[in-house]
Write a protein that binds this ligand. Structure first.
Ligand code: CMC
Length: 430
């Protein structure tokens, strides 16, 4: 039997019964659709603190238990046993692929890694020190102009070609953005290399000498990408869904997601964490820094801490912290002052009443930048790396939405607090 919730207008006594809807796991949601018709009211939930914006079968998070499932599989298992492309396939298609399916997917991704030569020229129009996220957002949006032959969102094959193209080309676009910032020649993708190995080659190879790709770096990158691949209805994914709900071409929707990810409250936090650690400088300054964080007027946050959903621990942060030790050791970096500082900062913050009472724990971005740095990836590229991984999730969510026959445009309402209707006053009468 469906649970009902009653919403009653205390002045008129008029009541509306609202149905609870159950998912496979997680709290029920209340279907508020009848409220407007029956009570003439909207609901108010700035920041979507308590609102499910959609139904989805892709990713599940239990913030209290620190649980993250992609299509039902715990992220810890995928991090240990899977690869990024297998996870991308899982997210997009819904089931773990068979060997032939995975081989076909990897082969298709590999053969879509080149970008149109004209797109490459776009980079010459940017200032050399433009932030790579600005370049990536612009170039991804421009892809619609180059691949417009296959952007019929109602055609499943077109959707699939788009999915493969964007997952395949994002690393190439990212590498082009990086090479442009260095003033170095662009390095073309190589089909004999795997996804992350190819990416490292495009980032770091130069025409004048051989480049030895470090398998440890490729492995670390692959693991980081698995952990960043999806996170249900986060801000950038919701942005992709909202932009896509208008029927906009999918490259425009992904570009909107890249832009939303850039903010420091979201994917931009990984870059901000390293800025913060460098600003703190040494363990001796941690207390003074935390005092500023706790001062409401200082407008300073402990970056890489806190999460809208995780209120106990972020399982991704746990894996990445463990990975930091392994990567630094394997790379022969026995001393990493920034990692030491981050560990000490975490230790102190986790004992501090301010963070304990607000359930603020390290999130995925607290340690990821330390690994990216150790791999030689510059700070301004950290959020781009996040975008490459999250593209798999964005694509899966966009696909899920547009293939739903009940898709409708996302169009929130508001509580209007501006002036009531008034008459225009000519300029000399004001
Ligand atoms: N440092 C200091 N105080 C914090 C922090 C922080 N990092 N995060 C939250 N708070 C405080 C906040 O001031 C508020 O205190 P009070 O109740 O006294 O006003 C309380 O905790 C609740 O915070 P909120 O801003 O209402 O929480 P939210 O769910 O809206 O924000 C968040 C979540 C991730 C934006 C926020 O925790 C934050 O800004 N963290 C730092 C940025 C960061 O690391 N972002 C990466 C998120 S994980 C990667 C991703 O998926 O995007």
């Amino acid at each position: 039997m469906t649970t009902k919730y009653e919403l009653k207008n205390t002045q008129t006594g008029k009541a509306t019964l609202l149905d609870a809807m159950s998912g496979t796991i997680g709290p029920d949601v209340i279907n508020i659709a009848p409220l407007l018709k029956e009570q003439g009211v909207f609901t108010f939930d700035p920041g979507f603190m308590a609102t499910a914006s959609t139904e989805s079968k892709i990713t599940y998070i239990d913030g209290d238990a620190g649980l993250l499932l992609y299509r039902g599989y715990p992220v810890e298992q995928l991090a240990e046993k899977s690869t990024f492309l297998e996870v991308a396939n899982l997210l997009v298609y819904g089931t773990l692929p068979t060997k032939p399916q995975l081989d076909a997917f990897c082969s298709s991704i590999t053969r879509h890694t080149m970008i149109n030569e004209q797109l490459l020229r776009f980079f010459q129009g940017f200032h050399h020190n433009a932030h790579p996220m600005a370049k990536v957002a612009a170039v991804v949006a421009s892809m619609a102009a180059f691949y417009h032959d296959s952007t019929d969102i109602n055609d499943p094959r077109h959707r699939e070609i788009f999915a493969h193209r964007i997952i395949a080309k994002l690393p190439t676009i990212a590498a082009a953005a990086y090479k442009h910032s260095l003033g170095q020649p662009f390095v073309y993708p190589r089909n004999d290399l795997r996804y992350c190995t190819n990416m490292l080659n495009m980032f770091f190879a130069v025409p004048c000498e051989p480049y030895a790709i470090d398998p440890i770096a490729a492995e670390a990158l692959d693991l980081l990408f698995i952990l960043h691949a999806d996170h249900e209805q986060n801000a950038s994914t919701s942005t992709v869904r909202l932009a896509g709900s208008t029927g906009a071409n999918p490259y425009a929707a992904i570009s909107a997601g890249v832009s939303a990810l850039w903010g420091p409250a979201h994917g931009g936090a990984n870059e901000a964490v390293l800025d913060m650690l460098e600003g703190i400088g040494s363990a001796a300054n941690i207390d003074a820094f935390l005092a500023r964080v706790k001062d409401k007027h200082a407008n300073v946050r402990l970056m890489g801490f806190g999460h809208r959903v995780y209120k106990n621990f972020d399982p991704r942060a746990k894996i990445i912290r463990g990975m930091c030790y392994r990567v630094l050791e394997k790379l022969g970096r026995t001393e990493s002052p920034l990692f030491e500082l981050a560990l000490r900062l975490e230790e102190i913050a986790l004992k501090d009443e301010y963070f304990v009472s607000r359930k603020l724990y390290p999130n995925v971005d607290f340690y990821s930048g330390i690994i990216y740095s150790a791999l030689g990836i510059p700070r301004s590229m950290f959020t781009v790396m996040f975008a490459i991984a999250r593209t798999a999730g964005w694509v899966a969510h966009w696909q899920e939405m547009v293939s739903d026959p009940h898709m409708r445009i996302g169009r929130p309402r508001q509580l209007y607090t501006g002036p009531v209707k008034r008459d225009y006053v000519p300029i000399d009468g004001r």
